[in-house]
Design a protein around this ligand. Structure first.
Ligand code: AMP
Ligand code: MG
Length: 347
């Protein structure tokens, strides 16, 4: 199945789940029905539901902003700024918009924080493997070896004053796939806030960011994806307000060959998919860019280093699911998370 269709299915199921929860929450409310709009953006289905306003014009502002972010950061749009940076690798710096600059800067910060496990210059390897595309393949070791020297977030040269980005080696390529959706979700939140919306759900392909609380003043209940089941199946629920829930895992994009699964989060040191005992990592925090980056960071860092990073941060909470169905949580998660699937064991 093509990955776009898989993503759509994923979001539809997540959407159904949150819809049923939203309906339960609204039963006793006298408010009008929520308004909602969905569209394909940033390679996934984006759904925004507003619960305390009937101003459908807002969707135009929101989706126009998503268009702009996509035009800047998508690898699938030939004229994007990110493609311009990649095409000028080894040649010259490229001036970009504030938003692209900010996301790249943030991605380099997460490179440091993860000691290189998160590396937004992973582009050449992502293209080589093609995981999630119709050209997915197991590359030869020789092919991987030619790409490894091109993966080095530390060598990216940013000029803060001119807002330019320079990749010093020809063949280097940025890929903001692990972080851009989080940035986009935060932008949706900002616009909703500026327009006095206080109760809304932003869903970018399963990355959820909620604004405020439900109209009955209870927290939103968001399912945590079961990494072994169909999309939308969840292992439990987190209760949140003004927070985001983002999961990275082996179930999202992958292909199988000779009984072996190759998933989409790559180890910049080996060039192969990250191979540890994690099936997924879910992050709960207030900013979606951090949740998106951290979910990839902690997945790539593994359980032990990941738990340490989560517990060392005042900002984030994390839920780790291992391949043997154990669930590990960082400090603070117990008070907001209910595990409901008893095939999983809370450690
Ligand atoms: P996510 O689903 O947010 O965990 O992001 C995964 C996506 O980020 C992949 O599809 C790639 O585009 C990109 N990616 C893969 N491996 C890495 C890595 N080690 N560091 C940063 N980005 C990565
Ligand atoms: Mg991510």
């Amino acid at each position: 199945m093509n990955h776009l269709i898989r993503n759509i299915l994923k979001v539809v199921t997540v959407g159904l789940m949150s819809t049923s929860m939203l309906l339960t929450g609204c039963q006793s409310s006298e408010n009008a029905d929520p308004i909602t709009r969905s569209n394909l953006k940033l390679g996934t289905l984006v759904g925004i539901t507003i619960h305390d306003s009937q101003d459908t014009q807002l969707f135009n502002i929101l989706f126009d902003r998503l268009d702009a972010i996509e035009q800047h950061m998508s690898l699938n749009i030939k004229t994007s700024e990110i493609n311009a940076i990649n095409a000028s690798a080894g040649i010259e710096p490229v001036q970009v918009s504030e938003d692209t600059f900010e996301v790249i800067q943030s991605s380099l910060h997460y490179g440091d924080l993860s000691k290189g496990a998160f590396d937004s210059t992973i582009g050449p390897l992502v293209t080589l493997w093609g995981i999630g595309s119709d050209n997915a393949k197991l590359p030869s070791q020789a092919e991987i070896d030619t790409k490894l020297p091109l993966i080095d977030y530390n060598s990216v040269i940013l000029n803060i004053e001119d807002k330019t980005v320079f990749l010093p080696l020809q063949g280097m390529a940025l890929d903001l796939g692990a972080i851009a959706k989080g940035y986009a979700a935060d932008e949706m939140y900002r616009i909703l806030d500026e327009n006095k919306v206080n109760s809304a759900v932003i869903n970018l392909g399963g990355n959820i960011l909620v604004k405020g609380r439900k109209v009955d003043n209870t927290p939103w209940r968001v399912g945590v994806q079961n990494p072994f089941d169909t999309r939308g199946a969840y292992i439990g629920v987190v209760s949140i307000s003004d927070q985001t829930v983002v999961t990275s895992g082996i179930y999202e994009r992958f292909f199988e060959l000779d009984g072996q699964r190759y998933h989409h989060i790559l180890n910049p040191a080996t060039g192969y998919p990250v191979n540890n005992n994690l099936a997924s990592v879910t992050i709960i925090t207030s900013k979606s860019i951090d949740a998106d980056a951290y979910s990839t960071v902690l997945f790539a860092s593994g359980l032990e280093a990941g738990l340490e990073l989560a517990n060392g941060s005042n900002e984030i909470m994390a839920i780790f699911v291992t391949k043997d169905k154990k669930v590990y949580v960082s400090d603070g998660v117990e008070s907001i998370f209910e595990l409901s699937d008893n095939n999983f064991i809370l450690q």
